[in-house]
Design a binder for this molecule. Structure first.
Ligand code: NAD
Ligand code: ZN
Length: 363
């Protein structure tokens, strides 16, 4: 399957399917990547163990001078230190303005390598090869960057890839917890935009969780499509793009309070989306939004309650630090039906406190 992210002269295609990477050299030929200027493939240690050598071999066989750079797996690699490491590798390999950086991995590698591509020589070409389900989200939209010890994603840029190669067969080596967490973002894309897609995800839960490649191909295609539509209408987050934050205000706070790595991002936003659905009830929308949302996340084995040891005041503090807070009211994405959301600017701290209490008691 093929999909275009429509951004005027920065539009780019996403190729999704089983075995797409077998033809990596042909895709690079089609997109006229340089065979003279070296390519730098950035990946992490876990992805490298499963998927790096076939990619390097196919590139070399196709006539591409490619070198690789491997960072340790994990969020800690989204750092300025690793950015410097990539630049060192790029200089040693002799990358120039016509070179490209290739991100082979999940969102961590995509954000890090993408930021390296955005900043090396003020910007060189960039290709995304996502290897997690979650990365269907991070590989569309062009947000790239690294973390600072004091704040996540605080150093970054917008840099669109030339193309995205999404080979569903790379997903077969994912740990099940990462599978569930990635599917959480896929469900989000349904919940904000497309009721029929939510129904499809619900019906195909078994296939998705057991990594049936045909189901993955369709789900990732639809998920990328929603993200692409939203991003192409609002590339720099002036309005509509905010709906992609469904479940994220609470989710980010839970990740921070639990300690990064304790709750995976997809798990934290699962709880966050159930919370947003509960808030919808508070605003007078039908209560089936809440029961349905909760049922779907439970079906996927994702958490729907807040672990009781997480302190409510600390969660609220973390949400206040989020820039979405103004004069006692918070910008919050609230579902108004399955497949529809609105951007509310009037959510109060008292309402949030009530939702958190509810999510802790699970009533
Ligand atoms: P990740 O890249 O850390 O991958 C999760 C884990 O799975 C890692 O340990 C990784 O080594 C391993 N892994 C990856 N692919 C594998 C495979 N095929 N087989 C076996 N193991 C594999 O995390 P993620 O969940 O993909 O992404 C999370 C990151 O994405 C966060 O840093 C987040 O901020 C970022 N993100 C960015 C955007 C954006 O718009 N740029 C959007 C959402 C998330
Ligand atoms: Zn997210």
């Amino acid at each position: 399957r093929e999909l275009t992210v429509d951004l005027g002269d920065r539009s780019y295609p996403i190729y999704i399917g089983s075995g797409v990477l077998e033809d990596i050299a042909a895709y690079f030929d089609r997109h006229k990547l340089s065979k003279i200027s070296p390519l730098l493939v950035v990946t992490d240690s876990s992805v490298a163990a499963h998927h790096l050598s076939p990619v390097m071999e196919r590139l070399q066989r196709g006539g591409y001078p490619a070198v690789s750079y491997v960072v340790p797996a994990g969020e800690a690699s989204k750092s300025l230190a690793q950015l410097e490491g990539i630049v060192t590798a790029a200089l040693e390999a002799g990358l120039d303005r016509k070179s490209a950086i290739i991100a082979l991995g999940g969102g961590v590698v995509g954000d890090l390598a993408g930021f390296a591509a955005a900043s090396f020589m003020r910007g060189i070409r960039f290709v995304q090869i996502p290897t997690t389900i979650l990365a269907h989200d991070s590989s569309v939209g062009g947000k790239v960057g690294v973390n600072h010890p004091m704040a996540k994603n605080i150093i970054g840029a917008f840099h669109q890839p030339e193309l995205v190669l999404y080979d569903t067969s790379t997903l077969l080596t994912l740990p099940i917890r990462e599978v569930r967490a990635g599917l959480s973002e896929m469900i989000k894309h349904g919940l904000i935009w497309d009721e029929a897609f939510v129904a499809w995800i619900d019906e195909h839960a078994g296939e998705l969780l057991s990594l049936d490649e045909k189901a993955l191909e369709y789900g990732l295609y639809e998920g990328c499509k929603v993200k692409a539509i939203v991003v192409s209408q609002d590339e720099h987050e002036n309005g509509l793009r905010a709906i992609l934050n469904l479940g994220h205000t609470l989710g980010h706070a839970l990740e921070a309070v639990a300690g990064y790595g304790e709750l995976l991002h997809g798990e934290a936003i699962s709880i966050g989306m159930v919370g947003a659905a509960k808030l919808a009830e508070d605003f007078g929308y039908a209560s089936h939004i809440y029961t349905e949302t909760k049922r779907i996340f439970e079906k996927f084995g994702l958490p729907v309650t807040i672990p009781s040891q997480l302190n409510t005041d600390r969660i609220i503090d973390a949400m206040m630090h989020d820039k979405k807070f103004k004069e006692g009211a918070m910008v919050y994405i609230v579902p108004t039906a399955i497949g529809k959301v609105e951007i509310r600017k009037d959510v109060t701290v008292e309402q949030i406190r009530k939702i958190i209490a509810h999510l802790k008691e699970d009533i």
